[in-house]
Design a protein around this ligand. Structure first.
Ligand code: NDP
Length: 482
């Protein structure tokens, strides 16, 4: 049994209640560890410590902060194998994916903000003829809350923590209770890197208990949250009367639009990834595929054949394309959408959707990737986020028609467009109602760019200076001189 502990003021501690929750490995279906079930009392304790730490951390030089973040990044790289294995055990993702994407991105997040904080600047405005100059100070907010989901555990947690610390705040963080291990290991790394006590505090536990206590606490000045839209709505309702700053990165139902003039092989390779990478559990996955009618039958045959050839296996195997679904309740949720689709005469399951058998691991949560042909965009399958290895596909005739369907969603996170026609790609990029548009690529990320969604996919943007602006409070100073 691996026991995880909270990290408060530089100490590893159980929760005040001494209660624990089970930690399950989804690839085996067995409990392999325990995590503290923290509540308000643990949050109160951490907040007292973070408040003391803020006084010194917010006044350290930029160079000191930058060097500390850089050391954390280096130690993440040095511990790549251990962290990748921990991520794969907790989440069920293929080990090679954790090694090549999740963990390198976690160190990149720290390294990026270690540099960014030394380049961050504020504005000044001179009123000519009035002997007046305004300049803007950007001060750390104080204590901030960072709450992250289970799909890219360390990747998304560090995407919040790194800019929050870079800006001089102290942090109370809560990772998903389903995937807590790399957050625990990160605390050991921060200790080794010399991050002062109380600057980062990691509290484990359930969302409605530990997470809610962070959101409710009046001393927490801002919440950076990534997770489901319903949870985001609840957080906004709780935080708004206290006028906290909010950054909400929420769900998506992203269109993947394929025109007949695309680079077919590149599109096919990428569409397999954008549909099923991380078992389809990436908020940016393109779960609604729209194909121009001229290409539709060819695409359908080739895509289904390629999906059938994907290898579902234990995450540790090098040739595994899809590992396990993160948890049994999530597997059941995904399955319920597929079972409904099977009974619907307007839908056709083209492949997958049944439980996959993986040798030696009969209790693991494995599902064969599923492609479902639908007839209209208004169906439940195209309107609700499933967040698993399930994509729908349908054909379209014109640019106008597909644009209307792509935008016909309560979500607006990302969209992907496949075409060689420059004018069309320019027109559509302007008109798509999503925070991110990828043209002839997917998940191609430059950390300087604004990241986030429109509509029910969220509020605010992460990334680059946007994140540093979020984690600081601007104060304008106006001076008239004679
Ligand atoms: P949840 O919303 O269920 O949980 C996210 C985090 O919030 C977890 O740490 C959870 O804790 C915590 N939480 C739950 N309830 C509360 C509460 N009342 N107050 C404070 N915190 C709470 O999302 P999932 O973990 O299921 O993640 C999947 C979702 O995340 C999908 O909808 C996906 O689209 C979205 N997502 C969005 C991304 C984006 O950038 N827009 C990126 C990645 C994912 P616990 O786990 O312990 O319940």
């Amino acid at each position: 049994m691996k026991t995880i502990l909270n990290y408060i003021d530089g100490e590893f501690l159980p929760s005040h209640s001494n209660a624990f929750l089970e930690n399950i490995n989804p690839s085996t279906g067995y409990v392999y560890g325990e995590i503290p079930r923290s509540n308000t009392s643990d949050i109160d304790f951490a907040i007292d410590k973070a408040e003391i730490a803020f006084k010194t951390w917010s006044n350290t030089t930029l160079e000191t902060r930058s060097k500390t973040l850089m050391r954390i990044a280096d130690l993440i790289d040095e511990n790549l194998d251990q962290l990748a294995m921990a991520e794969s055990n907790d989440n069920g993702k293929p080990l090679h994916l954790a090694k090549s994407v999740d963990i390198p991105r976690a160190s990149a997040n720290f390294r990026f903000f270690a540099h960014a904080l030394t380049q961050f600047y504020s504005e000044s405005h001179e009123s000519q003829g009035k002997n007046t100059i305004n300049y803007t100070l950007r001060k750390a907010l104080g204590l901030v809350g960072c709450i992250s989901p289970w799909n890219l555990p360390l990747y998304l947690l560090t995407w919040k923590i790194a800019p929050a610390l870079a800006a001089g705040n102290t942090v109370i963080a809560k990772p998903s209770e389903v995937t807590p291990m790399t957050a625990f290991l990160l605390c050991k790394i921060c200790e080794k890197a010399g991050l002062p006590n109380g600057v980062l505090n990691m509290i484990h536990g359930l969302g409605p208990e530990a997470g809610q206590a962070i959101v409710e606490h009046p001393k927490i000045k801002a919440i950076s949250f990534t997770g489901g839209t319903k949870t985001g709505e609840n957080i906004a309702r709780t935080a708004a009367p206290m006028f906290k700053k909010l950054s909400l990165e929420l769900g998506g139902k992203n269109p993947n639009i394929i025109f007949a003039d695309c680079d077919y092989e590149k599109m096919m390779r990428t569409t397999l990834k954008s549909s099923f990478a991380n078992q389809g559990q990436i908020c940016l996955c393109g779960s609604r595929i729209f194909v121009e009618d001229k290409l539709y039958e060819k695409f359908k045959t080739d895509f289904v054949n390629r999906v059938k050839a994907l290898k579902i296996g234990h995450p540790i195997e090098d040739n595994t394309d899809l590992g396990a679904i993160v948890s049994e309740p999530h597997l059941k949720k995904i399955k319920s959408y597929i079972d409904k689709a099977k009974k619907d005469p307007k839908m056709k399951v083209l492949c997958g959707g049944d439980l996959a058998k993986v040798k030696k691991f009969p209790n693991g949560y494995y599902l064969n990737p599923c492609v479902i042909e639908v007839q209209d965009n208004q169906c439940q399958l195209n309107q609700e986020e499933i967040f698993g290895p399930v994509v729908s596909m349908m054909s379209f005739k014109t640019e106008e028609e597909v644009l209307k369907m792509a935008n016909d969603s309560v979500y607006g996170l990302s969209s992907t467009l496949w075409t060689q026609n420059l004018n069309r790609s320019m027109r559509m990029s302007q008109a798509l109602e999503t925070g991110i548009v990828w043209v002839n690529t997917w998940l191609n990320r430059d950390l300087r760019t604004p990241f986030g969604g429109t509509k029910q996919s969220g509020v605010g943007r992460e990334g680059g200076f946007e994140a540093l602006r979020f984690f600081t409070e601007p104060k304008n100073v106006c001076i008239e001189y004679s």
